[in-house]
Design a protein around this ligand. Structure first.
Ligand code: NDP
Length: 293
């Protein structure tokens, strides 16, 4: 066995950073930590991790540092006082960011002699360290290839998207627009159920079956949309318009908040006004490709 233990630094110990540090400790890595609120490191230090007294020392300890911070603003706040320690480091930035923010962070790091690999993790803390979990990466290929074994500890699947540091963030945000909107639709369904005397548990199976039906729709429409076809052969926007109005009125009649169903109805209405009544509701994609005039 090599005498040099594999090692890395984790900066940011929210639920995600804590899960990452724990996954590396599980695999025998020497782990150096830094977090604004030092007490969040206690359980990891009890397991053998080292809490660095400063960000500078945390960065100096290892070539690779994982950043798991709330956003880019937090990243600059954390790294700015420690810029002298950035040269020669590889920062795997697993914090949520827009593609533009990820690109600008990569430039900021390059100007200070560091390399950023952007990461977009697709799982919650319970998925960290699991072989089936996946993360999108982008940035310099060489750094990705060299540090892949480290990245595979975070999630078993490492999905490299290309050199552009914004790409991983883009893929991440594509997933998140679906995640947040879908979960809000679930909260809406539960609010509607509650208003009618049903518990979340009473609709769990129905909600699950509904969600499970979606991939079939994704595949069916993806092909047609890429071909520019919005045939009204299996569904028509006018039918959808009537349906989403029923959804809106059912929610209104039940006395629950209607912001979400009203926004959906508004999009359908715009499609109708644009002349798509006899096209598929997939024609809404064409409207959504442009910012609202
Ligand atoms: P949290 O926001 O709970 O914590 C992230 C860390 O950011 C904490 O260590 C916190 O420090 C630190 N932080 C925030 N603001 C500052 C600041 N101004 N200065 C210094 N440190 C700061 O995030 P999570 O751990 O839940 O997630 C980390 C990242 O991973 C986020 O970008 C999130 O979007 C992303 N993500 C999260 C998932 C999840 O399910 N939680 C799933 C996939 C991605 P302190 O402890 O001192 O508050």
């Amino acid at each position: 066995m090599s005498s040099a233990k594999q090692s890395l630094t984790v900066i940011g110990l929210g639920p995600m950073g804590q899960a990452m540090a724990a996954a590396f400790l599980d695999r025998g890595y020497a782990v150096t930590l830094w977090n604004r609120t030092a007490s969040r490191a206690d359980a990891l230090v009890a397991r053998g991790a080292v809490l660095a007294p400063s960000v500078e020392e945390a960065l100096a300890a290892n070539e690779v540092a994982l950043l798991s911070l709330t956003d880019c603003a937090a990243m600059y706040e954390v790294l700015e006082p420690a810029v002298t320690a950035l040269a020669g480091r590889v920062l795997v930035n697993l914090s949520s960011a827009t593609p533009e923010q990820a690109r600008s962070a990569a430039r900021w790091m390059a100007e200070r002699g560091a390399v950023q690999l952007t990461g977009g993790i697709t799982v919650p803390p319970s998925g960290i360290g699991q072989s089936a979990s996946a993360t999108f990466y982008s940035g310099p290929r060489e750094a990705f290839d060299k540090h892949r074994p480290v990245l595979e500890v975070v999630t078993g699947r490492t999905d490299y998207q290309g050199e552009d540091p914004g790409l991983a963030a883009l893929f991440y945000q594509i997933g998140m627009v679906m995640f947040w909107t879908s979960m809000l639709s679930y909260w809406q369904a539960i609010a509607l159920a509650h208003a009618n005397g049903l518990a979340a548990a009473d609709i769990l199976q129905h909600a699950t079956d509904t969600a499970n039906s979606l991939p079939g729709f994704f595949a069916f429409y993806a092909e047609r949309i890429d071909a520019g076809k919005h045939l009204g052969d299996v569904d028509r926007l006018a039918m959808g318009m009537a349906s989403v109005e029923h959804v809106l009125h059912t929610n209104a009649d039940s006395g629950v908040d209607t912001v979400l169903p009203a926004a959906v109805a508004e999009l359908f209405r715009r499609g109708m006004d644009a002349g798509h009544a006899t096209d598929s509701f997939s024609s809404l994609v064409e409207l959504m490709k442009k910012a609202e005039a």
